[in-house]
Design a protein around this ligand. Structure first.
Ligand SMILES: *[C@@H]1O[C@H](CO)[C@@H](O)[C@H](O)[C@H]1NC(C)=O
Ligand SMILES: *[C@@H]1O[C@H](CO)[C@@H](O)[C@H](O)[C@H]1NC(C)=O
Ligand SMILES: *[C@@H]1O[C@H](CO)[C@@H](O)[C@H](O)[C@H]1NC(C)=O
Ligand SMILES: *[C@@H]1O[C@H](CO)[C@@H](O)[C@H](O)[C@H]1NC(C)=O
Ligand SMILES: *[C@@H]1O[C@H](CO)[C@@H](O)[C@H](O)[C@H]1NC(C)=O
Ligand SMILES: *[C@@H]1O[C@H](CO)[C@@H](O)[C@H](O)[C@H]1NC(C)=O
Ligand SMILES: *[C@@H]1O[C@H](CO)[C@@H](O)[C@H](O)[C@H]1NC(C)=O
Ligand SMILES: *[C@@H]1O[C@H](CO)[C@@H](O)[C@H](O)[C@H]1NC(C)=O
Ligand SMILES: *[C@@H]1O[C@H](CO)[C@@H](O)[C@H](O)[C@H]1NC(C)=O
Ligand SMILES: *[C@@H]1O[C@H](CO)[C@@H](O)[C@H](O)[C@H]1NC(C)=O
Ligand SMILES: *[C@@H]1O[C@H](CO)[C@@H](O)[C@H](O)[C@H]1NC(C)=O
Ligand SMILES: *[C@@H]1O[C@H](CO)[C@@H](O)[C@H](O)[C@H]1NC(C)=O
Length: 703
């Protein structure tokens, strides 16, 4: 598609500056616009102080390049050899950091680090997963990360500093992606640096839509820049969508302007590989998630296709696709993985990936132009930037050409038959915490920290829904070979207070053997990660703001971050002075089980406190009838998988009356009592240096 916005925007700017005619007065011509381009560029610089070497948005456009020797698309049979190499190197860092963490922060009694690590069966692998939920999730997650980072100075005795350095993987989805993406793309900046107003990265005071405040010209030129970049991509012959505009807007917000000119216009996701913090393996391996959704269809958790994006690849483990494409060559026209003509690079623009994976927010951008309070000039330019995009299915980002066109590893025609790959926000399948990459066979994760900053209830607190959906998905056609520990129903999450404190799931691998049997013993029970669930709840601040709240002043930012810090530290350990130990106990648990090592008394008492000891009968029923999961004629689903297996499964009883087969054959949603969340009450947090005082030191503007 071709947008007239490029011409329109430039003429508009020229108009503002020089009294030219407005484009909607229909007098702009090619020649007028080319001179307007020059004028507007210099005008932009002089008015906004933004200088650019590529002011025409060209840095955003994909470019031709020579094709590589090796295959661009591969079957998803294992992690890539590049990831394997990264993880091996990262584990040299994490294992050392973990030893330090366990002795200095967890301070475990009856734990001999030398013998534990000396005869390890493998390296302990920790994954941190940050949920979606807009800026709320980003800020609460930032507080949690702050408490995990050993770079957070002056607070190390109060937090769990060093756990971040001990983590092999980090994941983000939607709002959580903004957090993980900001840190990763800015060369693994710490949260305390990101929040430093001097760096101008997280200035959330309405800046994404109105970055120059009352300086209308500045804001207009901002939208012009967004439009120019998108047009450069369109001019290069690529389909564009509202997601491109949204992605450009996000980039201006999340890239350090001192390091990146033009809002990181030419920064790519695969470019993370070139960052120094990546090359020296300081960064946990970052993964972000999307869902597949074709226009005219809706996502059903049990048969959705979940995509992951790493610095190396984009693709899915699901039986529907089972393929990955080399991210560097995304945008290349491929047929069954073979290049038809020249190869293409620079398609994987970092902002575009950020926009795709948080595409639910496209609607916020679109609604903006209906805002009657908007300055007319801003409104005009917005109309011209957004005007030509379809507002139907506006959450769908188009990846055209489809890198998986005619590939044969998966079994869902609707993905591989289409010239366009359609991706949406990773939270659309309701698995709002990105756990999927870690219940895959080939990533040996021991413990998964699930940070749930979802806004599930009417008051925007989590209700466990995300874990419920991930649990259920393993029984669907896409979930084969991906066992996930038992979790309770949403009703039980709420009634038992499991959303107002941390909870461990899958504490004993022994109890998971019938899940392993269900998955045809493709994994050992000790390969199923233990899940440490950390729900957002009130500690010192009501961090339950709406997912679509798009502006936060410093006061609100600090409140949410502080509360996140206290969620992670259990109110700076005032809720539980043993919490640091209990986290250590969870981390070493699977390795102990693999080697048949006994838990210490200390760890036993932690597990009594934090493990969910519910039974199979307490787990959620499947909300969609398995029989209705038949999809395209091609077979994802195959009716033969879930449903019939369920009927023939003779899994042993898990300490209770229910069996897996009764679980699988029970259908329909259970009635959920509408439970109001218990208020955790007012309590002033304590500590040597309170987080609030500390934040005021790094964020002087707040005080
Ligand atoms: C602008 O001018 C062209 C050709 O002169 C005409 O076809 C088009 O309808 C006009 N557009 C508007 C919005 O008036
Ligand atoms: C992607 O292609 C580049 C260039 O050929 C190559 O160096 C890299 O190893 C490939 N990455 C993956 C994950 O295949
Ligand atoms: C841990 O990882 C390092 C680096 O990859 C490797 O050398 C070492 O053998 C691993 N340790 C175990 C116990 O597997
Ligand atoms: C944080 O951990 C890393 C990795 O173990 C280590 O290299 C670094 O020295 C630590 N920093 C501080 C301030 O302790
Ligand atoms: C914070 O720690 C640094 C050293 O890491 C020290 O110089 C500074 O004085 C400390 N600030 C406070 C408020 O304790
Ligand atoms: C992006 O553009 C800037 C100038 O705007 C340039 O300095 C930088 O090298 C470019 N980066 C890449 C990866 O092309
Ligand atoms: C491809 O997707 C488009 C929507 O973008 C749809 O209209 C079309 O029917 C699909 N084509 C095939 C062959 O499935
Ligand atoms: C729980 O969360 C899900 C997903 O956000 C929502 O659809 C459901 O209504 C919520 N249920 C309760 C009881 O809060
Ligand atoms: C287990 O194996 C059977 C027989 O090969 C197969 O039909 C079924 O789909 C498998 N189940 C899973 C969860 O992989
Ligand atoms: C399970 O563990 C045993 C013993 O370590 C190992 O030999 C076997 O390959 C594992 N099975 C799977 C499916 O990983
Ligand atoms: C799980 O295993 C432990 C120890 O093996 C046992 O005491 C407990 O009853 C089992 N069941 C549940 C639901 O935790
Ligand atoms: C998933 O299942 C639903 C309901 O059965 C169906 O409408 C939808 O088309 C399926 N999606 C895919 C991608 O097969």
């Amino acid at each position: 598609m071709r947008v007239a916005a490029f011409l329109a925007c430039n003429a508009l700017l020229a108009g503002v500056a020089n009294g030219f005619k407005w484009p909607w007065e229909n007098s702009s011509t090619k020649s007028a616009s080319s001179s307007a381009t020059q004028m507007s560029d210099s005008a932009i610089s002089s008015w906004t102080g933004v200088t650019s070497s590529t002011g025409d948005g060209i840095g955003y456009a994909p470019r031709q390049t020579a094709c590589p020797e090796q295959a661009i698309v591969r079957e998803a049979s294992d992690i890539s050899k590049e990831e394997k190499q990264y993880v091996e190197q990262r584990q040299l860092v994490t294992t050392e950091a973990l030893q330090k963490f366990l002795s200095e922060v967890s301070n475990l009694i009856d734990f001999n680090s030398d013998s534990f690590f000396g005869s390890a069966s493998r390296n302990i692998s920790i994954a941190l997963a940050f949920s979606g939920g807009g800026y709320r999730a980003m800020l609460c997650g930032a507080g949690e990360l702050l408490a995990l980072d050993n770079r957070t100075t002056n607070l190390t005795t109060l937090g769990l500093g060093g756990l971040l350095q001990s983590a092999t993987y980090i994941l983000g989805l939607s709002g959580g992606l903004w957090l993980v993406g900001t840190l990763a793309l800015n060369n693994w900046l710490s949260v305390s640096d990101v929040m430093n107003p001097k760096l101008n990265i997280w200035d959330l005071d309405d800046t994404i839509f109105n970055p120059s405040g009352i300086n209308v010209f500045g804001t207009v030129s901002y939208y012009v820049r967004l439009g120019q970049a998108v047009n450069a991509k369109s001019d290069a012959g690529y389909a564009t969508s509202i997601t491109d505009v949204w992605g450009r807007a996000l980039s201006y917000q999340f890239f350090n302007p001192d390091t990146f000119s033009n809002g990181g216009e030419n920064v790519t996701w695969s470019g993370i590989q070139d960052l120094s913090s990546y090359k020296n393996h300081q960064m946990p391996f970052p993964i972000v998630l999307a869902n597949g959704r074709n226009p005219g269809t809706y996502i059903v958790n049990l048969n959705s296709t979940v995509f992951e994006v790493t610095p190396y690849e984009l693709g899915s483990w699901d039986p529907s696709l089972r393929s990955f494409v080399n991210l560097t060559f995304l945008g290349t026209a491929l047929d069954d993985g073979k290049s038809m003509k020249q190869c293409v690079t620079n398609f994987d623009n970092a902002g575009f990936i950020l926009g795709t994976l948080s595409s639910l927010f496209n609607q916020v951008l679109v609604r903006l132009k209906l805002n009657s309070g908007l300055n007319w000039a801003i409104k005009r330019v917005l109309e011209s930037v957004l005007g030509t995009f379809s507002e139907n299915e506006m959450d769908i980002a188009s990846y055209e050409p489809n890198p998986f066109y005619n590939t044969l590893y998966g079994n869902l025609d609707s993905i591989t038959n289409n010239q366009t790959l359609h991706l949406v926000d990773g939270g659309e399948d309701q698995q709002n915490i990105p756990l999927y990459p870690f219940i895959q066979n080939s990533r040996d994760v021991d413990v998964l920290f699930a940070f749930d900053n979802s806004g599930d209830t009417h008051q925007h607190w989590p209700n466990g829904s995300s874990l419920v959906h991930t649990f259920q998905r393993q029984f669907g056609p896409q979930g084969r070979g991906t066992p996930f520990p038992y979790v309770p129903t949403i009703e039980k999450f709420l009634s038992d207070g499991l959303t107002t404190r941390p909870v461990f799931f899958g504490c004993s691998a022994n109890n998971l053997t019938d899940l392993v049997n269900y998955h045809n013993n493709t994994v050992n029970a000790t390969d199923i990660p233990l899940v440490v669930y950390m729900p957002n709840h009130r500690q010192s601040y009501n961090s339950n703001t709406s997912t679509y709240k798009m502006n936060y002043d410093y006061d609100e930012m600090v409140g949410a971050v502080t509360n996140g810090f206290e969620v992670l530290t259990r109110g700076n350990f005032s809720d539980d002075a043993m919490w640091n130990k209990c986290v250590g106990c969870a981390i070493i648990r699977r390795e102990q089980e693999r080697r048949g090592l006994e838990q210490s008394d200390e760890c036993k008492s932690c597990f009594e406190k934090y493990c969910w000891a519910g039974e199979l009968k307490d787990t959620p029923a499947l909300t969609v009838s398995m029989a209705s999961l038949q999809t395209s004629k091609s077979s994802v689903s195959s009716t033969s998988s879930g449903a019939s297996l369920a009927l023939t499964s003779n899994s042993p009883v898990v300490s209770g009356q229910s069996t897996l087969s009764s679980l699988l054959t029970s259908q329909g949603t259970r009635t959920l009592a509408s439970t109001t969340r218990a208020n955790s009450g007012e309590r002033v947090s304590c500590g040597i240096v309170s987080i609030l005082t500390w934040l005021s030191l790094i964020m002087p503007a707040f005080i």
